[in-house]
Design a protein around this ligand. Structure first.
Ligand SMILES: [Zn+2]
Length: 67
């Protein structure tokens, strides 16, 4: 379908995404504290967020010229 977004994730990023979404869900549902990611996890999640943002047409910064 033309509006579908397809991202290919390496295993480490997929694991980081799973943990982040799971923790967010538990936090919202039950107030469970969110454990901050390690530096390398945060870096992978930041890259994923940037790439996903670009895929849906969002700029990663006010100076973004990736679109
Ligand atoms: Zn950008």
């Amino acid at each position: 379908m033309r509006d579908d977004i397809v991202l290919q994730l390496d295993r480490a990023t997929a694991e980081d995404l799973y943990v982040a979404l799971h923790q967010a869900g538990e936090h919202i549902a039950a107030g469970v504290a969110v454990t901050p990611p390690a530096a390398e996890e945060a870096e992978r999640l930041g890259t994923l967020l940037r790439d996903l943002g670009h895929a849906i047409g969002r700029r990663c910064s006010p100076y973004c010229d990736h679109l």
